[in-house]
Design a protein around this ligand. Sequence first.
Ligand SMILES: NC(=O)c1ccc[n+]([C@@H]2O[C@H](COP(=O)([O-])OP(=O)(O)OC[C@H]3O[C@@H](n4cnc5c(N)ncnc54)[C@H](OP(=O)(O)O)[C@@H]3O)[C@@H](O)[C@H]2O)c1
Length: 191
Amino acid sequence: MNIAIIGNGNIGSGLAGALGKTDHKVTLLGKGDDLAAVAAAEIVILATPYGTVNELVGTVDFTGKTVIDVSNPVNADFSGLQVGHATSAAEEIAAALPGASVVKAFNTIFAQHYATGLQIDGRPLQTFVASDDAVARERVKKLATEIGLVTVDAGPLKNARYLEPLGFLNIQFGYVLGQGTGIAPQWLAAA
Ligand SMILES: NC(=O)c1ccc[n+]([C@@H]2O[C@H](COP(=O)([O-])OP(=O)(O)OC[C@H]3O[C@@H](n4cnc5c(N)ncnc54)[C@H](OP(=O)(O)O)[C@@H]3O)[C@@H](O)[C@H]2O)c1
C-alpha cells in the first residue's frame, strides 16, 4: 500500500522507520514539503500536533483515504487536554475531513519505543484502534500487526474520547510521575 506520513518529528520518523521495513511504500513529509505525494496514498498518517488538520484541509484532498490520527490533544503547557468528554481529537478531525475514514491508533505509544522495536522485555506493545469504518479499522490493525504491535479493537471512533485521556495518563506517568518513556498501557484478557 502507499502510505504518506505528514509530520516528520518523533512519531512520524518512528512510524516511517517501522513501516519502511514492510512491503509498503512510505513517504515521509515535513513542514514545507510538497504534499502532492499524498494524492497517491491510500493511507495518510497525521503525525502532527492536534489542530494541524485545519491547515492541511485546504491543501490536501483526503477524500477516500484512510487517515490515521495519532494525536494526544494536549494543551500548550501539557496540563490537560484541549478536547474531551463529549468529543475527541479524532472526531474533530473526522468532522474536518468528511470524505475520509479516520482511524485512531498509536497514540498510547511513546515515540522512543520505535527505536527499541516496539516491545518491552520482549513483549510486544499494544495499540488501541478505533474507527467508524470497520474496513479502515481492520486495515490499520493489519498495518500495526505488520510492524510488530498487538492490536486491541477499540470499536467506533467515539471511543477516542477514552483513548486520548489514556494517552494523557501515559504522558503523566512517563513525564510527570517519574516512570520515564519505557512504559506503555496494556489491556489483558484471558487466552
Ligand atoms: N512523542 C510521543 O511520544 C507521542 C506519542 C504518541 C502520540 N504522539 C502524538 O503524535 C503527534 C506528533 O508528535 P511528535 O512528538 O512527533 O511531535 P514533533 O516531534 O514536534 O513532530 C511534529 C511534526 O509535525 C510537523 N508539522 C507541524 N505542522 C505541520 C504542517 N502543517 N505540515 C506538515 N508538518 C507539520 C512539525 O514540523 P516542525 O518541526 O517544522 O514544526 C514536526 O516535524 C502529536 O499529535 C502527538 O500528540 C506523540
